[in-house]
Design a protein. Structure first.
Length: 182
């Protein structure tokens, strides 16, 4: 039998066990906590010392962390349905090389962030980026529902760039040098 997909770790959240984009995040969190209460080594180890609870708990953690975040969930879903690894920087770069306008916009916003001198200026960029991330997630809703995987690939790569900008925004401090990650 093949190894479980990350979706199969959560049978209440994903009853079919098949890869899917949409999820109820509060149901996923609740199911994750219930499952960890059963398998976590601190609990399961007391009840069944022959059990490989550490490995199970670690796999459950990984599945939850991947599925609970839109970027990693989209990357994993594309890996499942198209066998394309968007975690690979070279694969992602190939997808964005076809969109020089996107790259130019990302660089412009990053430069604007580096030029910020106050928290208020950063807040404006943060808000714009949060709105952009929400829009990308909605676009992924539509693309995955329509099985438009080429569109979902492009949107996921774009989501990766804007998510990286969100991390740079968190690290911002007056006068600090920020790196743009791919």
């Amino acid at each position: 039998m093949s190894q479980k997909t990350m979706f199969q770790w959560f049978p209440k959240t994903f009853p079919s066990g098949t890869p899917q984009w949409k999820l109820n995040s509060s149901l996923l969190r609740k199911e994750y906590r219930q499952l960890q209460a059963q398998v976590h080594p601190d609990v399961a180890g007391l009840q069944n010392s022959g059990n490989n609870s550490e490995e199970t708990s670690a796999q459950l953690n990984k599945a939850y962390n991947v599925l609970s975040h839109p970027l990693s969930r989209a990357q994993y879903l594309i890996q499942c349905v198209k066998d394309i690894d968007l975690n690979n920087d070279e694969v992602s770069r190939q997808a964005t090389n076809s969109d020089p306008i996107l790259l130019s916009k990302i660089i412009d916003v990053h430069e604007s962030l580096m030029d910020c001198e106050t928290e208020e200026e950063v807040q404006v960029i943060r808000k714009e980026n949060q709105d952009r991330l929400k829009d990308l997630e909605l676009r992924l809703d539509e693309q995955f529902a329509a099985k438009d995987y080429d569109g979902a690939i492009s949107t996921t790569v774009e989501l990766k760039y804007w998510s990286n900008l969100a991390e740079a925004i968190k690290e911002w401090a007056p006068g600090s040098r920020l790196e743009l990650h791919h």
